[in-house]
Design a protein around this ligand. Structure first.
Ligand SMILES: NC(=O)c1ccc[n+]([C@@H]2O[C@H](COP(=O)([O-])OP(=O)(O)OC[C@H]3O[C@@H](n4cnc5c(N)ncnc54)[C@H](O)[C@@H]3O)[C@@H](O)[C@H]2O)c1
Length: 383
C-alpha cells in the first residue's frame, strides 16, 4: 500500500508518495523550491553515487544552475549533457551521442543519471540510463506539468523511430521522482495547458470528485495559486502511481486505462507529424472528447457527462475538434490507418478506452469497426 506523508523540509512542506513496487519501489516527492537542496537529498538517497544531469537547452538555461550548485556543494556533480529541445531528440542518433557523452563524463556502474526536463528528456535519459553499462540508476526530475503528473512516474522510457513513437524502449524504474512545482512557473501557457489535459484525464478516467474539483479550481491551478497547483500535481501523481502499482508492466490491462483518449489522440498527433502544430496534450484532449462522444453513441455514457467533459476542455482553452488542427485535416482513411498502428491493437483488433461516465473508464476490446468507422466518418466530415 502506498502512504502519503507531509514532511517539513528546510521549513517547507513536501508530499511523499511511495511507489510500492517491491525491490523497484521509490518515493515521488512533490514540493516547491526543491532544486537548491537536491544535492544533500540525493547524496543521502544514493550514498557513493555521483550524478550526471541530462537536460534540454531550454531547461538547462532556466533551471540548471541551482541543481548544479547543490550537487557541486556535495562534490557529487559529474557534469551535464544537454540535448536540443523537442521530440526529435528522442532518436537513435541522439541516444547514441548521449550514451557516449555520459561515458566521457565518467559515469560508472554505481553512478546515477538525472533526467532533468520534460517528457522528452525523461524518456531519453531514462532509456540511456537503462542501457548504459547494462543499466545505471536514474532519478527523474520533471519540469513540465505533463512530466510531473505522468511521464516521470512509472518507469517507461523510450525513443521514436520512423515506424512510430515510443516503439523502442525499456521499463526502467527511477530511484526517485523529485517534482519541484516551482519550475512550472517558467513553462509557456500553451505547454502548461497541454499538460493539464493529462491532469483532467485522471479525473475523467477514475476520480469524479477530482474532476469536479478541477471544474471549480482550474483557474487557480493555471495561475499557480499556492496549494492548488500542488494539489492538482499531487492528486494526479497519486492516481498514476496507483495504476502503475496495479499493473507495472501493462500485463493485466489496468495500466492501459491511462490511455483514455490516446488511441484517437495518437493518430491525430502522428497525422500532425509530432510537431508544434498539435502538442501531445492537445491531441489527447480531442481524443478524450472523441472517446466520450463515442461512448455516448454506444449508449454507455450519459449526454450530461459527455457534455461536461467537453465543456471543461473548451473552458480551459483545449481543443476538442479535429477541425482545430491547423492546416490540412486527416481523412477517414488516414484516421483508420493511423489508429490501426496503435500499441493497443491486439491480434489486429482495436482496443479502446471508453467511459460509462465521468470517472468510470474501462477497456473495450470488442470494438465494432463498423460503428467506429461510421462515427469517425462524421467526426472527420465536421473538420
Ligand atoms: N514515459 C511515459 O510514461 C510517458 C507518458 C506520457 C508522455 N511521454 C512522452 O513525453 C513527451 C512529451 O513531454 P513534454 O510534454 O514534457 O514535452 P517536452 O519534454 O518536449 O517539453 C516541452 C517543452 O517545454 C520546455 N520546458 C520543459 N520544462 C520547462 C520549464 N520548466 N520551463 C520552460 N520550458 C520548459 C522544453 O524545453 C520543451 O520545449 C513525449 O515524447 C511523450 O511520448 C512519456
Amino acid at each position: 500500500m502506498m502512504t502519503d506523508t507531509m514532511a517539513a523540509c528546510g521549513g517547507r512542506e513536501e508530499t511523499r508518495i511511495d511507489m510500492a513496487l517491491a525491490a523497484r519501489g521509490y518515493p515521488i516527492v512533490i514540493g516547491e523550491a526543491l532544486l537548491p537542496s537536491a544535492g544533500p537529498r540525493l547524496k543521502d538517497l544514493l550514498p557513493g553515487a555521483r550524478f550526471a544531469v541530462v537536460s534540454d537547452a531550454n531547461v538547462a538555461h532556466l533551471h540548471l544552475a541551482p541543481l548544479k550548485a547543490s550537487l557541486e556543494s556535495e562534490g557529487k556533480f559529474l557534469g551535464s549533457a544537454i540535448v536540443a529541445p523537442g521530440e526529435s531528440s528522442k532518436s537513435f542518433p541522439v541516444l547514441a551521442k548521449l550514451c557516449e557523452t555520459l561515458l566521457e563524463l565518467g559515469v560508472e556502474r554505481g553512478d546515477c543519471v538525472i533526467a532533468f526536463g520534460g517528457g522528452v528528456v525523461g524518456d531519453l535519459a531514462g532509456f540511456a540510463a537503462s542501457i548504459l553499462r547494462r543499466g545505471v540508476r536514474v532519478v527523474q526530475m520533471p519540469t513540465t506539468l505533463l512530466a510531473q503528473v505522468d511521464s516521470a512516474i512509472g518507469g517507461k522510457t523510450g525513443i521514436d523511430t520512423k515506424q512510430g513513437k515510443n516503439l523502442i524502449g525499456t521499463f526502467h524504474q527511477p530511484s526517485l521522482v523529485l517534482s519541484d512545482v516551482s519550475t512550472l512557473s517558467t513553462l509557456s501557457e500553451r505547454e502548461f495547458r497541454a499538460g493539464y489535459a493529462e491532469v483532467a484525464k485522471y479525473g475523467l478516467l477514475g476520480d469524479a470528485d477530482f474532476f469536479a474539483w478541477l471544474e471549480e479550481n482550474w483557474r487557480d491551478v493555471f495561475a499557480g495559486a499556492p496549494g492548488k497547483r500542488r494539489h492538482a500535481v499531487e492528486t494526479s501523481a497519486r492516481a498514476k502511481a496507483d495504476i502503475v502499482m496495479a499493473d507495472e508492466l501493462e500485463v493485466s490491462g489496468t495500466r492501459a486505462l491511462l490511455n483514455l483518449g490516446h488511441t484517437f489522440g495518437h493518430a491525430l498527433e502522428a497525422f500532425a507529424g509530432y510537431s508544434d502544430r498539435l502538442l501531445h496534450g492537445e491531441a489527447i484532449a480531442i481524443g478524450m472528447r472523441l472517446a466520450f462522444t463515442y461512448s455516448l453513441e454506444c449508449g454507455l455514457c450519459s449526454a450530461e457527462d459527455a457534455t461536461k467533459a467537453e465543456a471543461h476542455f473548451r473552458t480551459v482553452g483545449l481543443p476538442t475538434e479535429i477541425s482545430a488542427i491547423p492546416g490540412d485535416k486527416p481523412t477517414l482513411g488516414e484516421m483508420l490507418r493511423l489508429m490501426a498502428q496503435d500499441k493497443k491493437v491486439k491480434g489486429g483488433k482495436l482496443v479502446l478506452v471508453l467511459v460509462r461516465g465521468i470517472g468510470q473508464a474501462f477497456i473495450e476490446s470488442n470494438v465494432s469497426m463498423e460503428q467506429l468507422t461510421d462515427f469517425l466518418k462524421r467526426e472527420c466530415a465536421r473538420a
